[in-house]
Design a protein around this ligand. Structure first.
Ligand code: GTP
Length: 243
């Protein structure tokens, strides 16, 4: 596995093309060290998804720069950059095909062992094994119906199959109970310790054990630190905790 996955945001501002008014992200500065888990929290519309979408260059910054392992991402081959990053989107996208096809999607060369390993880390293996045809079970109209939480776990497993250096979870554990979410995070720590994880969440419990938490408010970072530090120093964080 390639070591790395450091991300530096330097004075990043960003606005969507064609939308007038204030930029969506203003003067963002932060560093994510290789293997760190960074929680990102903030009210709806505060810019969390926009922030992470800049890393694989779904959009480019309006000003400032983002570096991965010290290199400005605009100087990297986009395909190679995206090959190192896996994003689990807010809305799970599964297609009608088998569970295995869905897990392999975008990384067809994965071995069966790698698929099962990823499913185990995402707490998905047991329910997959309990499906009528295991990994060959079809999803969709003519297949099994999975719960929202099961779909989220497949979506996480699919990202892990790609063995990314940078893993971005965009509010994709909302349908999971806290115990399952904790188990997934523990597996990630144990088996993917060198993967830099950015975890966007609504619940404080989803991010409070992260190496550091980034608090967003209206397009700006208003606090970066551990749960304990932020509880003492960041009003917005305390308000989210109390809500
Ligand atoms: P939640 O996902 O609701 O928790 O919000 P968020 O914190 O992830 O904020 P997000 O980055 O999605 O949005 C920040 C701002 O950008 C909001 O004002 C959105 O309306 C706006 N925005 C998000 N996506 C787009 C887009 O594709 N086009 C345009 N023009 N604006 C967008």
């Amino acid at each position: 596995h390639r070591p790395g996955g450091r991300i530096d945001f330097e004075n990043v501002s960003f606005g969507y093309e064609g939308s007038a008014g204030e930029p969506v992200l203003k003067n963002i500065n932060m560093t994510c060290l290789p293997g760190e888990t960074i929680g990102i929290i903030g009210s709806t519309g505060s810019g969390k998804s926009s922030l992470v979408s800049l890393v694989p260059r779904f959009y480019d910054t309006s000003s400032g720069s983002i570096c991965v392992d010290g290199v400005d991402i605009r100087q990297l081959d986009p395909a190679k950059l995206r090959d190192r990053i896996a994003i689990v989107p807010q809305k799970t996208i599964l297609f009608s095909g088998t569970i295995e096809e869905n897990l392999r999607w975008g990384h067809e060369q994965a071995t069966n062992d790698e698929i099962v390993h990823a499913a185990n880390m995402a707490e998905a293996h047991s329910f997959i094994a309990a499906c009528p045809e295991g990994y060959e079970t079809r999803l969709g109209q003519r297949g099994v119906n999975l719960s929202g939480g099961q779909k989220q776990r497949l979506s996480i497993a699919r990202a892990l199959v790609r063995k990314p250096d940078i893993l971005i979870l965009d509010d994709c554990t909302s349908a999971l109970d806290t115990a399952t979410e904790t188990k997934i995070k523990q597996s990630l720590k144990a088996f993917a310790a060198d993967v830099t994880c950015l975890i966007i969440a609504q619940r404080i419990t989803s991010v409070m054990d992260a190496d550091k938490v980034v608090v967003m408010d209206d397009g700006e970072i208003v606090g970066i630190g551990t749960h304990e530090t932020l509880m003492k120093s960041c009003r917005v964080y305390v308000e989210i905790c109390q809500s």
